[in-house]
Design a protein around this ligand. Structure first.
Ligand code: SF4
Ligand code: SF4
Length: 448
């Protein structure tokens, strides 16, 4: 005799039902539940819904359909497990409990040798703005105390412009904190790559590159920078340092994305394109792009490259974590800003994230406040907006996968953290593609 099934979903009322391929897409945004069910499962769902979660009726229904007792029991158990995975056991949709800090962006200088038009740092305020050693030491101590598994992301400006960078990296390595570096790559020599190779805790160097030809790269990164960037990339690669190439997609480099992706794959680098986010400091409207067209181009590129490389992941974009069952069981209702992620400016000022480093969003200063106190403080709670507080998102069937997208996109486009991501249409399309089985859709257009 099969053992009794003990779990039944707490809420099996679908608010939206749509045809989807050979089955049905059922969703209940109020609890973030979302399933694709085939015809037989849809009947089980209706039965369960009508019988207030009484699972015995499902087994009897399946036996009436000529399944034997054991098969009926196994099918019922598998169906209930699927509903649990898809979120139907929730009774409410609450933002997750606080989680440990997992990343801290640290701008060790605001100085830069390039002048990219979409940079989120304002150009006019960049003279002699290097981080003091005492500030960096305090950050290291504080991050280690807050969560020793947190990753420090060294950024700028251009971090290799400050001579202190290796003192700082030595300190991180000795403190056994993981760290990565975001750089424009133009200053990386063979000697620098050799020094980087000696670090145990360096996880990755991410190099910004916007084109594979001089004329395209020069549009945003400036004339003559490409040979220096490529020389830096090759030095890093020759020393076996994990690499990511990160173009910012805009209207004038979309045509070179495939060549850039192929170049990244050929040298064993990650390819991590970023969407152009309109920000307070945007200088060039001619670079703005039709985001849906960019998304479709990236999706096609992923499909082509994945077919060639026989991979289920997205070679030309980030992987698709939102598609995994565990993410669906644990709803994502807000991004990491001011929660699992913070950004620290050269002077110790702390912001919700690297894209939200606007003075009015300052959360505190690392020389005065503890990180825990900053994250738990009123300022952080004020800016941390859950998707359930965003009117468009709380009725969206993808709410528990998307979490309302990127708050920075909303803030710079609509002047409010409480709006949906300005790339909502693209996100919606990408979740439709992923959820209905398009494994190679580029992942979220957020920048976390
Ligand atoms: S941003 Fe758009 S896709 Fe994401 S939850 Fe909100 S409405 Fe849905
Ligand atoms: S999703 Fe946007 S707002 Fe949130 S942490 Fe990432 S960049 Fe910042």
């Amino acid at each position: 005799m099969p053992t009794a099934i003990k779990t039944a979903p707490g809420n099996v009322t679908a608010q939206q039902i749509e045809r989807c391929g050979g089955g049905y897409l059922l969703s209940n945004p109020s609890i973030g539940a979302l399933s694709i069910l085939h015809a037989e499962e849809s009947l089980l769902f209706i039965l369960l819904s009508a019988s207030s979660g009484e699972t015995g009726k499902l087994e009897r229904f399946l036996i009436d359909l000529n399944y034997d007792e054991t098969t009926a029991h196994e099918k019922t158990a598998a169906f209930l497990k699927k509903l649990d995975r898809d979120g139907w056991n929730r009774t409410t949709l609450e933002p997750p409990d606080s989680k440990p800090l997992h990343a801290a962006y640290v701008a060790i200088t605001l100085r830069c040798n390039l002048k990219c038009p979409y940079c989120f740092q304002a150009f006019e305020s960049r003279s002699a703005m290097d981080m003091e050693e005492a500030v960096f030491a305090r950050i290291t101590d504080e991050v280690k105390t807050t969560n020793p598994d947190c990753e420090i992301i060294i950024t700028g400006g251009e971090p290799f412009l400050t001579r202190r960078i290796f003192d700082y990296l030595d300190l991180l390595d000795a403190s056994e904190l993981r760290f990565s570096i975001l750089t424009n790559g133009t200053l990386i020599t063979d000697r620098i790559a050799r020094r980087l190779d000696a670090y145990q805790r360096l996880t990755k160097v991410q190099v910004s590159i916007d084109g594979i030809t001089e004329s395209t790269n020069a549009i945003t990164r400036g004339k003559g920078s490409l040979p220096k960037i490529l020389a830096g990339i090759h030095s890093l690669r020759n020393h076996g340092i994990p690499l990511a190439l990160a173009p910012t997609i805009h209207s004038k480099n979309l045509h070179e994305l495939e060549d850039l992706a192929r170049f990244a794959l050929s040298i064993g680098a990650e390819f991590s394109p970023n969407n152009l986010r309109l920000s307070a400091h945007d200088q060039r409207s001619d670079l703005s792009i039709n985001d849906m067209a960019a998304y479709e181009a990236l999706k096609e590129l992923n499909l082509r490259l994945a077919a060639e490389t026989s991979t289920r992941h997205s070679p030309a974009g980030k992987s698709t974590p939102d598609h995994t069952p565990s993410c669906r069981r644990e709803p994502k209702l807000l991004c990491g800003m001011a929660r699992t992620l913070i950004s620290i400016d050269y002077n110790g000022d702390v912001y919700p994230c690297h894209l939200l480093a606007a003075k009015e969003l300052k959360l505190g200063n690392i020389m005065v406040n503890r990180i825990r106190e900053i994250i738990d403080g009123a300022e952080a709670r004020r800016v941390r907006i859950s998707a359930t507080q965003i009117s468009k998102c709380k009725t969206c069937k993808f709410v528990a996968l998307c979490g309302g997208g990127c708050r920075a996109g909303a803030y710079y486009s609509f002047g409010s953290l409480s709006r949906e991501d300005n790339l909502c249409d693209v996100l919606y399309r990408s979740f439709t593609d992923k959820f209905i089985g398009m494994q190679h859709a580029p992942s979220s257009v957020g920048s976390e």
